[in-house]
Design a protein around this ligand. Structure first.
Ligand code: NI
Length: 444
């Protein structure tokens, strides 16, 4: 029995279990999946070549012009309709299948990071650029190079079965996932604003994945509901009354008040949030105030980040930060102006969709390799798509087998390393999710 047979058997059991597929439709479906898996295997060497090329030539967010050109050329070669310049440097491809069916969106992010690579792989990046006035190295230190290569391979597999494909696929190659300058809209947010989910064929569902340098090759991690946190910025301006440091009673000290606010904010998390429901974080990352040891200044500014895993808690945190800061300031005779700048919503995996697609994940990776993961308090702008349509965002292993995750370099660091043999599973996951969703498994 080869692996495709085992795969088909799993799909059959899953399909019969759900009672969603009639026998002839199922036979057709399992043939398509088996073909997709064979094609993914065949494409692996080519996909690794693409990945190495992107890795060696990374580009920062909103500057991914060479990257976008390569993606667009590949999609065009496959006969896919291509739109470029979406959200500045994004590429969108539309593959219309030969049979009627739903529109499924698949997303990959394409930007690199201002990190100087320190690995000794032969295709290590030597690219440098100026970022925020500083000379920096550029590196695909979050694995987005693998995301591009996996989605390009997925496009090739699905384009190869265009006539039998029961639906339409929208390939979204998105720039600037790592963020745009504060105050500037970019990435997924801008793609959504420009109508990527509205114009042209309108997707009813979206799938995305992220490679992970600390998860073993061959494994998939998923979590229904909040899987990655919302990220919002807060700024607090504490105003007191300036006075000589020797005579504090003559003024109002914003340094002491700001310190009380920092501590007060932590009691929101520890005393007021129902932590067993979901985790939450408030971090003050900046405190600015004063110019000299013996002058109590007029003003102190605080700035920080707020992380939440569900919308209600996110709103609760915003309200409580405002209340805590203003009332502590008031008690000292000072004032606190609180500004909250929403950045990224919660990456929220639609529970019903996650439930329905779980058999697909188990079929592609093997049930023992599909891990129900804990939520992550980092953020991901895939959340913007999920605010509009149901979506599922999962993690794919990219750590060499047998390595200790504690010693594997984390994302965004100079030693970040991905074992390329993990990418194949990513392609099978994306094609499997697409084909099974189209066959009706994603619908009630
Ligand atoms: Ni990333």
């Amino acid at each position: 029995m080869n692996s495709n047979d085992i795969f088909c058997k799993r799909i059959l059991l899953a399909a019969l279990g759900l009672g969603l597929l009639a026998a002839p439709a199922f036979a057709q479906q399992s043939k398509l999946i088996a073909r997709a898996n064979t094609m993914a295997d065949k494409l692996e060497p080519q996909m690794i070549e693409w990945r190495r090329d992107f890795h060696e030539h990374p580009e920062l967010g909103n500057h991914e012009t060479e990257t976008a050109a390569k993606i667009a050329a590949h999609l065009k070669k496959l006969g896919i309709e291509v739109q470029t310049g979406v959200a500045r440097t994004g590429v969108v491809g539309v593959l219309k299948g030969g049979k009627p069916g739903p529109v499924v969106a698949l997303r990959a992010d394409i930007d690199g990071l201002p990190v100087t690579e320190r690995t000794d792989v032969p295709f290590a990046s030597k690219v440098t650029t100026t970022y925020n006035g500083q000379q920096v190295g550029v590196m695909h230190a979050c694995g987005h190079d693998t995301h591009i290569a996996m989605l390009m391979a997925t496009a090739e597999v699905l384009a190869g079965m265009k006539n039998e494909l029961p639906g339409t696929v929208k390939f979204i190659f998105q720039p600037a996932e790592e963020g745009s300058p504060v105050g500037q809209i970019g990435g997924a947010n801008l793609m959504v604003q420009e109508g990527v989910l509205e114009k042209g064929p309108k997707p009813e569902v979206i799938f995305g994945l992220h490679i992970n340098s600390q998860t073993e090759v061959g494994k998939l991690k998923y979590k229904p509901g909040g899987t990655m946190a919302s990220a919002d910025i807060f700024r607090i301006k504490v105003k007191g009354k300036q006075v000589h440091g020797a005579y504090p009673w003559g003024g109002i000290d914003p340094v002491v008040t700001a310190s009380q606010i920092v501590m007060g904010l932590q009691t929101i998390i520890s005393r007021q949030i129902e932590l067993p429901e979901d985790a939450a974080v408030i971090t003050v990352g900046m405190i600015h105030g004063g110019v000299r040891n013996n002058i109590i200044p007029e003003e102190v500014q605080l700035e920080g980040t707020i992380r939440a895993l569900n919308k209600e808690m996110q709103q609760q945190l915003h309200d409580k930060i405002k209340l805590t800061a203003t009332k502590i300031a008031e008690s000292a005779g000072a004032t606190a102006e609180v500004e909250i700048i929403p950045q990224t919503p919660v990456t929220y995996n639609d529970p019903a969709l996650t439930d329905k697609m779980l058999p697909t994940l188990q079929a592609v990776a093997g049930p023992q390799n599909v891990i129900l993961a804990k939520a992550v308090t980092g953020a991901e702008d895939f959340a913007f798509y999920q605010e509009k349509i149901p979506g599922l965002f999962i993690f794919v292993g990219g750590m060499p087998k047998g390595k200790d995750p504690a010693t594997a370099a984390p994302h965004h660091t100079p030693d970040f390393y991905i074992d390329e043999s993990g990418m194949k599973l990513g392609v099978k996951t994306l094609t499997g999710l697409t084909l099974n969703y189209m066959a009706g498994k994603g619908k009630k």
